[in-house]
Design a protein. Structure first.
Length: 114
């Protein structure tokens, strides 16, 4: 059974940092490109970052150098390091695995507030 389980979200003050994790199971993790998306209340889901099977990273325009995506194939895990958090980063963050098919996790809530 395919599973993607995100963790690491929470309440953080503006300027703070978080590291999100997504643990995969049930498929060949190393063969899939992994992405992070986020969805804020009343907004469409937004692509944030991608890491390919060759460890090439790409980022959405809204990231502005504050996000870093990485993967550990030995642990079947993809990470998203978020620095200098802003209130507008408040959203549910989802990981996605994609090859010819795609899988999604249930998301982890990130709330940036003082």
């Amino acid at each position: 059974q395919v599973q993607l389980v995100e963790s690491g979200g929470g309440l953080v003050q503006p300027g703070g940092s978080l590291k999100l994790s997504c643990v995969a199971s049930g498929f060949t993790f190393s063969a899939y490109a992994m992405s992070w998306y986020r969805q804020a209340p009343t907004k469409k889901r937004e692509w944030v970052a991608l890491i390919t099977t060759y460890d090439t990273a790409r980022y959405g325009d809204s990231v502005n150098g504050r996000f870093t995506i990485s993967r550990d194939n030995a642990k079947n895990t993809v990470y998203l390091q978020i620095n200098s958090l802003k209130p507008e980063d408040t959203a549910v963050y989802y990981c996605q695995a994609r090859r010819w098919d795609e899988y999604w996790g249930q998301g982890t809530q990130v709330t940036v507030s003082s």
